[in-house]
Design a protein around this ligand. Structure first.
Ligand code: PHE
Length: 455
């Protein structure tokens, strides 16, 4: 049943919601993942397809997700129960969200752990004076170390649980308000440094030049998955955050702001990283280590290495944290809304379960069963398998469900009222419904069909 509106906690302010939702969107997806996936897919046309995915698929789905949350004032499972009926198969979409939040956070936390490790290396002065040749191999040894991975993964999960334990407005909102703007400033400092490097021209050409030959249809699947990942869509995070909104809040305007901010930060991150990569003769397709190798290289050349590196990796940890809390909030709110648990108990139980689920992901860089053992058997280690499964399949599938539900199943009057309530962008209603009805589902389905080799 729908939770009574008066009892539900709400955001303290309009900007509080935007910052928290942007905090969810902006994370490792922008700074760690977008540059390396772009690198692996040859830049140029991949960036273009990514932008199209954000605008034509991501934005309409984000509006739909936040709107369903605000309308039902409930987390994913409860939201679908109240809109479609408790026994409807649509409730399965809610379950998919909860499952995705568990799986996604279990490996996301490992990468966040790498950020913590680098924050520690920075603050303890270990990066200063090393020089590029000695900084680069640090990532390889971290990646292979079981102890370091396990330790930092657990520390990060502890931090995430602590914030969610504090609750929506006191925990999530307070942190996002301070740390998001700080992150932006730090990235601009690094961007200015990159502008002065020789490799900037080459980087710009790589990112925005048109290299048609580099395009593969598999790249389109990656671009779509990356758009869902980066905008926090398809797993009920935006839906859950939307459920703490009041009816008069502007969902459409907020979605536009969040998507634009998220996309700008991914592009700024790339413009900051690729000049370093080209200037120091690294490979753009170097994979998940890209940010952890290139940024320390650049920083080790600058005055004040210890200070700047601490700031950068500290903020990367916070960006990861504001995203991770939105994932844990999905799992936690399920136990609160559906099982009637108290927040403290729900946060700790869900968080611990995810921490345990993340153990194999933390061991994926080594030579054991979950690392090269599994790689030998199925071609991907545990970490990469989960990443592939969630990013390329579960999130787009969740997005497909949201689009189909909103376009074809949701009550039309309710949908229109909800869209118009609080919105200044009323003119877009028809266009939004149209996108959700045909282009969005068709695009997702085409990409799926291609991925399974049917197209
Ligand atoms: N958008 C986050 C990032 O870019 C990841 C995320 C995905 C968060 C899905 C919540 C839900 O890092």
């Amino acid at each position: 049943m729908e939770a009574p509106v008066s009892k539900r906690s709400h955001w303290g302010s309009r900007i509080g919601f935007i910052l928290a939702a942007a905090g969810s969107a902006v994370g490792l997806g922008n700074i760690w993942k977008f540059p390396y996936v772009t690198g692996e897919n040859g830049g140029g046309i991949f960036v273009l397809i990514y932008l199209a995915c954000v605008l034509l698929v991501g934005l309409p789905v984000m509006i739909a997700e936040i709107l369903i949350g605000r309308s039902t004032q409930n987390s994913p499972v409860g939201a679908f129960k109240s809109l479609a009926g408790p026994r409807s198969p649509w409730v399965g979409m809610g379950w998919l969200s909860v499952l995705s939040s568990f799986v996604l956070l279990s490996f996301y936390s490992v990468v966040a752990g790498w950020s913590l490790h680098y924050a520690w290396l920075s603050i303890s002065g270990q990066l200063a004076g090393l020089g590029p040749d000695n900084v680069a191999p640090l990532f390889g040894s971290l990646h292979a170390s079981a102890g370091a991975n396990l330790f930092w993964h657990l520390v990060f999960m502890g931090l995430t649980i602590a914030v969610i334990y504090g609750g929506v407005s006191k925990g999530v909102e307070r942190w996002s308000r301070i740390l998001m703007p700080a992150l932006l400033i730090m990235m601009l400092v690094l961007l200015i440094n990159s502008l002065t490097l020789d490799g900037f021209g080459k980087a710009f050409q790589f990112l925005f030049g048109f290299h048609q030959d580099k395009f593969t249809a598999g790249g389109a699947l990656e671009a779509l998955g990356q758009a869902f990942f980066s905008l926090s869509l398809g797993m009920g995070a935006m839906l859950t955050y939307g459920s703490y909104l009041r009816r008069r809040d502007d969902v459409v305007g907020a979605s536009v702001t969040i998507s634009a901010l998220d996309t700008c930060i991914a592009l700024v991150a790339s413009l900051m990283l690729f000049p370093i990569i080209f200037s120091y003769g690294m490979e753009p397709a170097a994979g998940p280590g890209l940010v952890f190798i290139s940024v320390p290289i650049a920083l080790s050349q600058m005055p004040g290495t210890t200070f700047l590196a601490t700031l950068f990796f500290g903020l990367l940890v916070f960006a990861a944290l504001t995203s991770a809390i939105s994932m844990l909030e999905v799992a936690t709110s399920y136990f609160i809304d559906q099982r009637g648990w108290k927040r403290h108990r729900a946060a700790v139980a869900a968080g611990l379960a995810i921490a345990v689920l993340g153990l194999p992901a933390a061991l994926s860089g080594g030579t054991g069963l979950f690392g090269s053992g599994m790689e030998g058997l199925v071609g991907k280690n545990w970490f990469d398998s989960l990443d592939y499964l969630v990013t390329n399949w579960m999130l787009p599938l969740g997005g497909l469900g949201i689009a189909l539900f909103t376009a074809w199943r949701m009550d039309r009057r309710l949908r229109q009222e909800e869209f118009l309530s609080g919105s200044r962008l009323r003119l877009f209603y028809q266009g939004w419904v149209f996108l959700l009805k045909f282009p969005v589902p068709v695009a997702i389905l085409l990409v799926f069909l291609h991925a399974v080799g049917l197209l």
